[in-house]
Ligand binder design. Structure first.
Ligand SMILES: Cc1ncc(COP(=O)(O)O)c(C=O)c1O
Length: 327
C-alpha cells in the first residue's frame, strides 16, 4: 500500500455479522456472546419527561462517565463514551495505527479487532492460541502489547482481573453494556485511557457519531448504576448454562474442549467439518452456531452461554442428534 495520507482504506467484509444477517430468521441461535436481552421495564423507571433531545455531550453524559470511571478505578477525564465497543475499536485504530504498523492480535479473535487495523493498512500479526493447552496465552510472543479490549472481563466474577487502564498511560480499556447487561441495541460502549489519547479518539469520533444518543446514555446510566445486579444476573444464567454445555460436551465424542470457567462463550474443537456441520444444523434444525473461521480457528465453532437455558438445551440436542446421524 502506498505511503500516502490519502490512501484508500480497505476493510475486509465483516463475515460474522453478514452471516447473522443471513440467518436472522432461524429458530435457535446458540452462538451469541451476549447475556440474554434485558427489557426496558426491568428497570422499573420512566425516562425523564423533560429529557433534552436536542443536546448531546461530545464525550458522553457526565453521570455515565462518572459511573464508568468508578468501575475502572479511573476518573471521568479518562472516559470517552462511544457507540458501542465497535466504535471504540474503530476510533483507537483510526487514531493510532498507520499504514505498515505492526499490530499483534490474539487468535481466536473477534474479527473487527483484526480487520479494522488491516483496513487502515497495518501489518497484522496473528498470535494463535492452542486449545490443547487450554487456550493459554503465549506470553513470550507478546512483548509489545499496547491495547487490550475486554468487554467480557467482568464475566470472570470473583476472579475479575484489574482493568488494563490501571496499568499506566499507554494502556487502553474498551468495554460496553452489550455483553454483561444484554443491552446491545443501546449501542453504548466506552474507552478508558489517558486524556491526551482520548482527545485524539474524540477528534475522530466527531466525524463518526459526534456525540452519542442521550436517550441510550440515560438508560446505560441506569444500567451502570445497577452493575452488580447485572453481574449477579449474568452469573446466574452462565452457571446454569455452563453445566448444560459441560454435560453435552461430555456426551459428544465429536466435540472436544473444556467449558471455560469465565466469560460467556466456548470454542469446542470439532472432528467433523465445521462448515458442513453448521450448514446442516441450520437447514435441518434451524439452529445457528458460529463457525470458527469467523474467529481464525476453522476447526472449532463458537457456542454462547448467555442465552435462554431452554434454547441452549434444544440447540445442543439438535447438534448432538445431527452428529450422531449424519457424520
Ligand atoms: C470482543 C467484542 N467486542 C465488541 C463487540 C461488540 O460490542 P458492541 O455491541 O458494544 O459494539 C463484541 C460483540 O460480539 C465482541 O465480541
Amino acid at each position: 500500500m502506498a505511503d500516502h495520507p490519502l490512501v484508500a482504506m480497505d476493510f475486509p467484509p465483516f463475515e460474522h455479522l453478514l452471516y447473522y444477517e443471513k440467518v436472522h430468521g432461524a429458530r435457535l441461535n446458540i452462538s451469541y456472546s451476549n447475556i440474554r436481552e434485558f427489557h426496558l421495564d426491568g428497570f422499573g423507571r420512566r425516562l425523564p419527561r423533560d429529557l433534552d433531545l436536542n443536546w448531546t455531550f461530545r464525550n458522553g453524559t457526565p453521570e455515565l462517565r462518572r459511573l464508568i470511571a468508578r468501575r475502572h478505578h479511573a476518573n471521568s477525564q479518562q472516559v470517552l463514551v462511544t457507540t458501542g465497543a465497535t466504535e471504540g475499536n474503530f476510533l483507537v485504530n483510526a487514531s493510532l495505527v498507520h499504514p505498515r504498523d505492526r499490530v499483534l492480535v490474539d487468535v481466536p479473535i473477534y474479527s473487527p479487532l483484526r480487520d479494522v487495523p488491516r483496513g487502515v493498512g497495518a501489518n497484522v500479526i496473528e498470535i494463535p492460541r492452542d486449545c490443547r493447552n487450554g487456550w493459554r496465552l503465549d506470553l513470550d510472543r507478546w512483548r509489545k502489547l499496547a491495547a487490550r479490549k475486554a468487554p467480557f472481563r467482568e464475566l470472570a466474577f470473583d476472579d475479575t482481573s484489574p482493568s488494563v487502564a490501571e496499568f499506566g498511560p499507554r494502556m487502553i480499556a474498551l468495554s460496553t453494556v452489550t455483553k454483561v447487561c444484554g443491552l446491545g441495541t443501546l449501542r453504548v460502549g466506552w474507552i478508558v485511557g489517558a486524556p491526551d489519547l482520548l482527545d485524539r479518539f474524540a477528534g475522530v469520533k466527531d466525524y463518526t457519531t459526534g456525540g452519542g444518543s442521550v436517550l441510550s446514555q440515560t438508560i446505560a446510566t441506569w444500567a451502570l448504576g445497577r452493575w452488580d445486579f447485572f453481574l449477579r444476573r449474568a452469573k446466574r444464567i452462565l452457571d446454569v448454562n455452563r453445566r448444560i454445555a459441560m454435560e453435552a460436551l461430555r456426551e459428544t465424542p465429536a466435540l472436544q474442549g473444556a467449558v471455560p470457567s469465565c466469560g460467556s462463550v466456548l470454542f469446542p474443537h470439532s472432528t467433523v467439518n465445521v462448515a458442513k456441520l453448521a450448514n446442516r444444523l441450520l437447514k435441518q434444525h434451524r439452529t445457528v452456531i458460529a463457525e470458527g473461521r469467523f474467529f481464525g480457528v476453522p476447526d472449532h465453532f463458537r457456542l454462547g452461554l448467555g442465552g435462554e437455558t431452554q434454547d441452549l438445551k434444544r440447540g445442543l440436542a439438535n447438534l448432538r442428534r445431527l452428529l450422531r446421524s449424519a457424520f
